[in-house]
Design a protein. Structure first.
Length: 230
């Protein structure tokens, strides 16, 4: 279960060396350097994996049978999440996802207020039309280098259009569904229970990494996990 998985990451953080990362955004609005939890006795001591999303879940990209899953926690107003999305995720997709080796699964949080909740709900609405990942990319492509952008409803509809959401009228209605807002609230509460205090935050096979790390950091983490999966 996800709850058991990241609760166990407290053991990981307690048992491994921490390395300075590029950046992460924390709740409620503090920003600073991220940290990377490298491999160590804590990670090897049975730290469980995050439960995989089911086949066809719109909040995932890649083969359901991929041997390794990269789980990412994101806030749509997080500037460092945008940096990862623009600068690193495309390389992860090209090198690992497209080849069937890695599946990327998203988990939304709303650390920066009501607009974060609305944007995450909008992403879920886009996902109902099969365009979740494309919506994520559209939002982050327009994000500023720093700060937490305003994301009013008209901009979210514009992002949906950019993402290729076919029925924008339906999207505009779906993004206001109470079920979506509640799902975001539940996801945020769960993340906080798990100890996720800054985003972007990543888990691969019980190892955690925080901040907008360069592709080299992800290659090292993913290659180690792929080697262990053989």
């Amino acid at each position: 279960m996800i709850l058991a998985a990241v609760a166990a990451l407290g053991i990981v953080f307690g048992g491994v060396q921490l390395f300075q990362g590029t950046g992460s955004s924390g709740a409620p609005a503090a920003e600073g350097n991220g940290t990377t939890a490298g491999a160590g006795s804590g990670a090897d001591a049975g730290a469980p994996n995050v439960e995989r999303r089911i086949d066809g879940d719109p909040m995932a990209i890649g083969d359901i049978d991929a041997p390794v899953v990269l789980s990412e926690w994101v806030d749509f107003r997080c500037p460092f999440c945008a940096v990862f999305s623009r600068d690193t995720l495309p390389a992860v997709v090209q090198e690992y996802v497209d080849s069937g080796k890695v599946r990327v699964e998203f988990h939304d949080v709303a650390f920066f207020g009501e607009e974060s909740t609305r944007a995450a709900a909008a992403a879920r609405a886009a996902g109902e039309q099969g365009r979740y990942a494309e919506f994520v990319s559209a939002v982050y492509a327009a994000a500023p280098e720093s700060g937490h952008p305003d994301l009013p409803k008209d901009e979210l509809v514009a992002f949906a259009k950019t993402a290729g959401v076919a029925d924008l009228e339906r999207f505009a209605q779906d993004m206001d569904k109470p079920d979506h807002a509640q799902a975001v609230a539940d996801s945020t509460a769960q993340a906080q229970q798990l100890g996720v205090t800054g985003v972007p935050f990543f888990v691969v096979d019980g190892q955690a990494m925080s901040g907008a790390q360069p592709i080299e950091s992800f290659r090292a983490l993913l290659d180690d996990s792929l080697a262990a999966a053989k």
